[in-house]
Write a protein that binds this ligand. Structure first.
Ligand code: NAG
Ligand code: NAG
Ligand code: NAG
Ligand code: NAG
Ligand code: NAG
Length: 544
């Protein structure tokens, strides 16, 4: 055993005591790599191109379990926060969608065309008075506890929703520049176990009468219908149901070319993918993208270690490849979306999913997902019960919200091939991704690219740019926990380049400014942090 190993053991033991508490595996504190690693990036070629709405968000259908809570969407603060995530999809769906029926208060066979209702179409009128907002937030905090219990028990009450919920959802999407995807109930079945479209038809008619431009899904995680509803729907039948929905849509002037996405299956388990195969055989033609759901871990059985574990992060690649193989086999070329995804299922992991630590899973999913060829990634959830939300129950932004906004601002849809090289073999705890810089960001020239990197270990990573880029000016956006140590990682706030991010007021986000780096120096990424680096003068051929 050399001096080095003795030293390592000593430091590992020291960290165990001082930094992390007694339960953390010493591997978390691998050898200190003080020498820089080299970034290898092919700036000449786009390897994948993702949707411009790649980073998208969801609102869980449980928000309408009591309809008054949909009024939270009229909060000015939430509107400000959500607008910064445009362009993106806003998926309204989840377990509860299969227990919801449309029950309009003023049902007429024919709705008057183009008549605007109670809310009208103006965003100004979509404003919740402050007192009402405070009240509703308090009640919502209690409601989330009930919803969590329902999820734990796995028994779901049927819910009726009215025009109010639809109007609010649509106005919210419209005012924030998000594209609404509405998840229809697939558990309304006929005696012969095919989909009963009657209720959906009524909803579609209503939405069309209001000229609501939106797209659709049908059913949520159909692979577990047995557990949730006591009967099975096989993949082939579900595909036929989608085909039926497509036929209904094609008869509508407004919806004849609107998006339809499905089947929103859970991630493959034990290589079981029969539902997806069957679905695609009969339903592939009906859909614009094939959706599946992914969570890394069970929220009730996980730890900070999992959130920082490269093996856990790599599980996304395994699952994605399984889904892509099936899709390529049955309907080659069909786009694949993560239709619902977050860190931990079961509403998130308490004390982790809403903290700075969750950013490692989120940013790595965005990077790896794009590189693997996923077209859209829909984050569960923007607001809602559980702890995996981007905006908390007081409608204040959480660390993953700020990470998402920075991603939107700096990362474009063109994916470049990047990796880090080191003489000591692969660096599993340093993960890098490159895209062309978002060309819609006025601040950067064409040819700029954005590197984003995660350091899953304690010590600072130094990254050498390729020599031809070494003199290119760079701007850094480093996201760190507000304080050192485990407490910092579990914090509900985040520092950008040293300053804790906060809204200026309900209508204003802070400027998310980068700091210029000295050209020629390696990029320096502190331990347990992640960052975006914009190489604004890179003149990458792929990014012109
Ligand atoms: C909002 O609705 C108006 C009126 O229907 C429409 O013209 C506009 O394109 C919509 N905007 C978005 C972002 O959906
Ligand atoms: C509906 O929205 C989509 C996506 O934003 C857009 O491409 C399409 O043109 C819109 N359709 C209508 C009828 O406004
Ligand atoms: C990306 O680069 C790695 C090596 O740097 C190479 O093995 C791999 O084939 C490249 N991938 C693509 C899609 O070009
Ligand atoms: C970068 O700048 C240094 C110092 O000015 C110079 O010696 C070097 O040739 C430059 N490298 C490139 C690739 O332009
Ligand atoms: C130099 C270096 O790489 N710094 C830290 C951050 O990430 C790496 C990647 O493995 C860790 O080894 C380092 O501790």
């Amino acid at each position: 055993m050399g001096m080095n190993a003795v030293f390592m053991r000593f430091t590992a033991a020291w960290f165990l005591l001082v930094f992390h508490g007694p339960y953390v595996r010493p591997e978390l504190f691998e050898k200190f790599y003080l020498e820089p690693v080299n970034l290898d990036v092919d700036t000449g070629r786009v390897v994948k191109r993702v949707n411009e709405r790649f980073l998208s968000v969801a609102i869980d259908a449980s928000l309408v379990a009591e309809e008054k809570f949909v009024y939270l969407l009229a909060s000015p603060k939430l509107k400000t926060l959500s607008s910064a995530l445009s362009p993106g999809f806003l998926r309204f769906g989840g377990t509860k969608q299969d227990f919801m029926t449309f029950n309009p208060r003023t049902y007429h066979q024919e709705y008057p065309r183009n008549s605007y209702g109670y809310l009208g179409d103006t965003c100004k009128r979509l404003t919740l008075p402050p007192l009402l907002e405070e009240n509703l937030k308090k009640q919502w905090a209690l409601q989330t506890l009930l919803l969590q219990q329902e999820e734990l028990k796995g028994t779901y009450k049927n819910v009726r929703f009215t025009e109010y919920a639809v109007d609010l959802l649509h106005s919210f999407a419209n005012c924030t520049g998000l594209d609404l995807i509405f998840g229809l109930n697939a558990l309304l079945r006929t005696k012969g176990n095919s989909w009963n479209s009657q209720n959906a038809k009524m909803l579609l008619d209503y939405c069309e009468s209001r000229q609501y431009n939106m797209s659709w899904e049908l059913g949520n995680e159909p692979n577990s219908y047995q557990k949730k509803a006591g009967f099975r729907v096989d993949g082939y039948q579900l595909g036929l149901d989608f085909d039926h929905l497509r036929k209904i849509l094609s008869k509508s002037k407004l919806y004849k070319s609107s998006g339809l996405y499905g089947p929103d299956i859970s991630q493959p388990r034990d290589h079981r993918r029969d539902l997806l195969e069957g679905f695609l055989e009969s339903g592939a033609e009906a859909i614009n993208a094939c959706t599946w759901h992914h969570y890394y871990v069970n929220g009730r059985d996980t730890s900070l270690e999992d959130f920082l574990d490269p093996d856990v992060l790599d599980m996304l690649a395994t699952k994605t490849q399984e889904v892509l193989e099936t899709v390529d086999l049955v309907s080659p070329g069909k786009r694949v979306w993560l239709g619902e995804t977050s860190s931990a299922y079961g509403g998130g992991a308490l004390g982790l999913s809403d903290t700075f630590a969750a950013g490692f899973m989120w940013l790595d999913k965005l990077g790896l997902g794009a590189k693997l060829g996923l077209d859209v990634v829909i984050r569960q959830v923007l607001i809602g019960s559980g702890t995996y939300h981007l905006v908390d129950n007081n409608l204040d932004p959480l660390p993953d919200y700020w990470l998402s906004v920075l991603y939107k601002k700096l990362v474009g849809p063109e994916v470049l091939n990047a990796s880090v090289l080191s003489t000591l073999g692969p660096r599993r705890r340093l993960r890098v991704y490159c895209h062309c810089t978002n060309k819609k960001s006025a601040n950067y020239k064409r040819g700029a690219f954005t590197l984003f990197a995660l350091n899953l270990s304690k010590s600072t990573a130094k990254i050498n740019l390729p020599s031809h880029l070494a003199n290119s000016s760079a701007e850094a956006f480093v996201l760190e926990a507000p304080e050192a140590g485990e407490q910092g990682l579990l914090s509900r706030s985040v520092k950008l380049n040293g300053l804790v991010l906060k809204m200026v007021d309900d209508q204003t986000l802070p400027e998310l400014q980068g700091v210029p780096l000295h050209t020629g120096d390696p990029l320096s990424l502190p331990g347990f942090s992640f960052a975006f680096y914009v190489l604004s003068q890179a003149q990458a051929a792929a990014c012109h």
